[in-house]
Design a protein around this ligand. Structure first.
Ligand code: ARG
Length: 281
C-alpha cells in the first residue's frame, strides 16, 4: 500500500542520509594521551611516531598496487575526506583506502583495504593556485567502527566561517609523508604538533599574500622545523577538544617543508563545511 511505501521510503532516506556530525565517540582514541608530542623521535617533519590507533580516523590512499600517494580522514561510516589534488585525474576504481593502517609493512588486525564507489571532488578545484583543494570519497561498503577505525569530529569553532578560531592553538597533523624535503615515505604513521595561524597572519608570512586564498588556512612554527610534507596531502590537521579530535584542515601545500617563514597550507574544513555536508547526501 501507499502507506507502507511511504514508511519504506522514510527508512531508506534515514539509512542513506549522512552528515559530518559530532556523533558520540567521534574523534576519540583508545590511546589515553593521544596527540601529546612524544620525545625521542624526529618524524613527519619534526614530529613523533604514533602509537597504535592513536589517530583512528587517519586513512591511507593507495593505488591498486599498494603505493601510498595521499592521506585522508574518516568523516562518516561511508565517507573519507581528502584533498582534490589527491583525487584529480583518478578513477574511483583506481583508489584503495587503507582503514586502521599503522605500520604499512606489518598490518594489524584492524586494518582493512576499502574500495571507493565514487569520487566527489570540489568542482572549483584549481590545480595552478590549489584553490578548493577538497574532495570526498564515497566508500563502497559501510565502515564498522572499532578501536582502530573511527570517524573524526567536525570542527566546532565555526563562528568566523574559517579556521581563525583555532589561531594560536596547538594542532596535530599526521601522515606517512616524508620526513624531510625529498625524503622517502614513512613505514609507520607519524604526527607533529604545529600552531594555527589566522588567515591574515598567513598572508603576513613569507608567502605572497595573494597566494593565500579564502578557504586556505595555515599552521606551523615560526622558526620552521615542524610541518607536513610530501605524501601527507589529503590527511587531517586536528584540534584536540577535550578527548575528541576535530578536523580543522586538510593537508594541501607548502613552499618546501618546514621552512622558516613558510607554514603548511591547508584546505579549511570550516570554510568548506557546507560543501562537505551537501556532498555527503
Ligand atoms: N602537496 C603535498 C602532497 O601532495 C603536501 C604538501 C604539504 N606541504 C607542507 N609543507 N605542509 O603530499
Amino acid at each position: 500500500s501507499a502507506r507502507i511505501m511511504r514508511i519504506l521510503l522514510a527508512f531508506a532516506l534515514i539509512a542513506t542520509a549522512a552528515a559530518w556530525e559530532a556523533l558520540p565517540g567521534c574523534g576519540e582514541s583508545i590511546v589515553p594521551d593521544a596527540g601529546d608530542p612524544r620525545e625521542g623521535f624526529s618524524k613527519i617533519v619534526g614530529g613523533w611516531e604514533t602509537l597504535l590507533h592513536e589517530f583512528p580516523y587517519q586513512v591511507t590512499l593507495k593505488s591498486t598496487i599498494g603505493s601510498l600517494f595521499c592521506g585522508g580522514s574518516i568523516i562518516s561510516s561511508r565517507h573519507v575526506l581528502t584533498a582534490a589534488h589527491c583525487t584529480s585525474g583518478r578513477q574511483a576504481g583506481s583508489i584503495v583506502v587503507g582503514l586502521g593502517e599503522h605500520n604499512r609493512l606489518n598490518p594489524g588486525e584492524e586494518f582493512i583495504d576499502a574500495a571507493v564507489a565514487e569520487i566527489r571532488q570540489h568542482p572549483d578545484y584549481r590545480p595552478l593556485t590549489i584553490q578548493n583543494d577538497v574532495s570526498l570519497l564515497v566508500l563502497a561498503d559501510e565502515i564498522t567502527f572499532s578501536d582502530g577505525r573511527r570517524m573524526v569530529c567536525p570542527p566546532s569553532r565555526v563562528a568566523s566561517g574559517n579556521a581563525d578560531g583555532y589561531a594560536g592553538e596547538t594542532l596535530i597533523v599526521s601522515g606517512w609523508g616524508t620526513q624531510s624535503e625529498g625524503g622517502s615515505i614513512a613505514t609507520t604513521l607519524r604526527a607533529v604538533d604545529v600552531i594555527g595561524l589566522t588567515i591574515q597572519e598567513c598572508r603576513d608570512s613569507s608567502y605572497n599574500p595573494s597566494s593565500i586564498y579564502d578557504g586556505m588556512n595555515c599552521a606551523g612554527i615560526e622558526a620552521g622545523g615542524k610541518d607536513a610534507c610530501q605524501g601527507d596531502s589529503g590527511g587531517p590537521m586536528v584540534f584536540k577538544n577535550g578527548n575528541a579530535f576535530e578536523e580543522v584542515g586538510i593537508v594541501s601545500w607548502g613552499q618546501g617543508c618546514a621552512r622558516e617563514g613558510y607554514p603548511g597550507v591547508y584546505a579549511d574544513t570550516i570554510y568548506y563545511l557546507d560543501w562537505i555536508t551537501e556532498n555527503m547526501q
